[in-house]
Ligand binder design. Structure first.
Ligand SMILES: C[S@@+](CC[C@H](N)C(=O)[O-])C[C@H]1O[C@@H](n2cnc3c(N)ncnc32)[C@H](O)[C@@H]1O
Length: 219
């Protein structure tokens, strides 16, 4: 089932201690995965689903802008960042403006992933880069540990950190439903990119896809 945009927006806007919870539940791995993404950024960066600006703050080599649908997340962003409220499926950005578009732990929340990727293509300059960092249910033995951890332990512990059980059940479903590498490549190709490479961390519990704009996609 596709995520409900209004519910997602409300959930993130009202989320307290967002980053502290990520660090605790991922045992700090979210910080490491974001650093891999930052190393791949080229030139002017648009960070979509930027939330509290955690990716933007790490990028110090050029102009950067963040977009997010949830005003509550943008309001909690610290530092002097250029932030705009907007939807990944319909970005409030002119064509061919950026060299890199990134999205970290965001694409799984977007109902129409192909529409979002086509928007990323539109706002990228020719030859621009797309970077998608996302969690997924891992392979083999890891999934035996990860599924009970994400589906049961995290929802039960969430209230201790100001979270709700329902938010974490949503999180588990969104991770479970997120496409694997083959489907991601198909989505990228259908939106005018080529998949240059991907990294997988911790036996596939998280992926970083690196795509390159090779064509224009008209909708
Ligand atoms: C898990 S947070 C990730 C935030 C940030 N990228 C990070 O690494 O901390 C997911 C973010 O996606 C945003 N989001 C969800 N659906 C969106 C959409 N359709 N367009 C733009 N942002 C969206 C949420 O508001 C939330 O801030």
């Amino acid at each position: 089932m596709a995520p409900d945009k209004r519910r997602v927006e409300r959930m993130f806007s009202n989320m307290r201690l967002y980053e502290a919870r990520n660090v605790i539940f991922s045992l700090g791995q979210n910080l490491v995965w974001r650093r891999y993404l930052i190393r791949e950024v080229e030139g002017k960066l648009l960070d979509v689903a930027t939330g509290e600006g955690n990716v933007l703050r790490l990028y110090r080599r050029g102009f950067k802008v963040g977009v997010d649908i949830a005003m509550g997340m943008l309001r909690r962003a610290k530092g002097n960042l250029l932030l705009v409220r907007g939807d990944a499926e319909n970005l409030p950005i002119r064509d061919a403006t950026f060299n890199t578009v990134s999205i970290a732990f965001g694409l799984r929340n977007v109902p129409d992933k192909l529409a979002a990727l086509r928007e990323f293509n539109r706002v990228l300059k020719p030859g621009g880069k797309v970077l998608i960092l996302e969690m997924k249910v891992g392979d083999g033995i890891l999934s035996w540990l990860q599924i009970p951890y994400v589906a049961i332990v995290m929802p039960l512990l969430a209230p201790l950190f100001g979270g709700s059980v329902g938010d974490y059940i949503y999180l588990f479903r969104s991770i479970l439903n997120f496409p694997g590498p083959r489907e991601m490549e198909e989505l990228l190709v259908a939106s005018g990119f080529t998949l240059e490479r991907f990294y997988h961390f911790h036996l596939g519990s998280s992926y970083l896809y690196v795509g390159r704009k090779v064509g224009e996609v008209r909708t």
